[in-house]
Design a protein. Structure first.
Length: 444
């Protein structure tokens, strides 16, 4: 059927990225914005801008009825939520459906299923994906927690069933730590999510974080290979790259994630996340039911515009690609340029007095930054993403380092010094990286 006008319910670099895909498809662009973003690039470049001003800046993007009202006021056929804010909110998806407006993403029912880590774990296990040993139901009390932990062996990790972003998650090394950790995790889960349910899994030591990019249309699904995302701070990724696996492993795990997407009738872009242990075994973590910050790495590797594919699927098109059509070329690395202190990761917002972004062979920059831009304190610290692509990993590293060296973001602190230290560090260059990389290396 196609869309004629789409509302972007987001801000920053992802709003600009979505705008560009909509424009290439000849679709009119509408966007909501808070007071802090009224002069931002996505708002300035849109065809229609709808102000939603709130005293709390976050509420400009979280007020479901206001966003639905904005979509109706501009006559939008669909809403693209991007990532964060309302992107994984089943109530929002259901309200749009009630108004006859398409939510560009999976159904409300699928969002509910995948938003519950226990349900997602059970569904993916039934579809044949590997999961770590642990409980398949909420843990009711400390005695039950001790029994399960003793059975699967320490260390274990306690997780909030409704959680995300590392909230309500704690590693437990021994039985003596379990009671306190159980109370803390339950309390944090109740406070953060209004749901105190927790469960226990075997903690995977010396793990690597690997994710697969998937596109589904409700019936069929394909994967676009993997990304390596082990360099993280506070469970948040700051550098991603791909490919990482040999072809046989990629094909095996890729087939499993496709089966997982088909099993739940997934429609849209999704990322299936795994931990991989030192023996090469994979363990399912979660499905992120939306476009990811790091989708750019896969776009550079495969040559496919993933954001446009997600929009087309939402408009009713079936996937036109076969798995054989998707080929990986060379190597790509993305550095997230956050406005943060590179040593302690404290936020460092401010005004960009000068903004010079890199270019050249194999370099892509996704950013809403420009000279004179004032970065609000209320939002995520991501300012730009610099992505390099080369014939191999060595070339991609060299290109990214050169690009970061010429990047000027005068007025704010950024993670660029940390990224350049990582790129030169021997363990990184030799692919000797786990999720504890930043804790194990003093960089910056």
């Amino acid at each position: 059927m196609g869309f004629s006008r789409v509302l972007i319910a987001n801000r920053g670099e992802i709003a600009l990225r979505i705008l560009r895909s909509l424009r290439t498809q000849g679709i009119e662009v509408a966007i909501i914005h808070g007071r802090e973003d009224r002069t931002s690039l996505p708002v300035r470049l849109s065809d229609h801008a709808v102000p939603i001003y709130r005293d709390d800046p976050l509420q400009s993007y979280l007020d479901i009825e206001a966003v639905v009202g904005a979509a109706k006021s501009v006559g939008a056929d669909a809403v693209h939520p991007g990532y964060g804010f309302l992107a994984e909110n089943p109530t929002f998806a259901r309200r749009l459906e009630e108004e006859g407006i398409v939510f560009i993403g999976p159904s409300a029912e699928v969002l509910e299923l995948l938003g519950d880590k226990l349900q997602a774990r059970s569904s993916m296990a039934a579809a044949g994906l590997p999961v770590a040993g642990g409980s398949d139901h909420p843990i009711g009390n400390q005695d039950e927690a001790k029994s399960i932990a003793k059975e699967i062996g320490y260390p274990v990790i306690i997780k909030a069933a409704a959680g995300g972003g590392g909230i309500g998650m704690q590693v437990v090394e021994s039985e003596g730590e379990l009671e306190s950790a159980f109370r803390v995790c339950s309390s944090r889960a109740k406070s953060a999510f209004g749901d105190g349910r927790v469960f226990i899994e075997k903690y995977i030591q010396n793990a690597q974080h690997i994710e697969f990019q998937v596109l589904g249309d409700g019936t069929n699904a394909v994967h676009f290979g993997e990304r390596f995302c082990s360099i993280q701070r506070r469970h948040q990724k700051i550098l991603e790259e791909g490919p990482w696996l040999d072809e046989e492993t990629r094909n095996t795990m890729g087939a499993k994630v496709v089966d997982g997407a088909k099993a739940v009738g997934y429609s849209g872009l999704a990322t299936f996340e795994f931990l991989r242990d030192s023996n090469g075994e994979f363990y399912f973590l979660e499905v992120n039911p939306r476009v990811q910050v790091e989708h750019t790495v896969t776009e550079e590797l495969t040559g496919h515009d993933l954001v446009s594919l997600g929009i087309k699927v939402a408009s009713g098109e079936k996937i036109s690609l076969s798995q054989a059509d998707i080929r990986i070329r060379g190597h790509a690395i993305q550095a997230r340029i956050n406005a943060e202190n590179p040593f302690d990761f404290s936020p460092a917002p401010g005004r960009l007095w000068e903004c010079l972004l890199p270019s050249g062979p194999g370099i892509r920059v996704d950013s809403h930054a420009c000279s004179g831009y004032s970065m609000p304190r209320s939002f995520d610290s991501l300012l730009a993403k610099v992505i390099s692509h080369g014939g191999d990993r060595k070339e991609a590293i060299a290109r990214l380092d050169a690009a970061l060296m010429e990047t000027v973001l005068d007025g704010v602190e950024t993670l660029i010094p940390l990224h350049r230290s990582i790129l030169k560090e021997p363990n990184f260059q030799n692919r000797n990286v786990t999720i504890s990389y930043l804790e194990d290396h003093k960089l910056g």
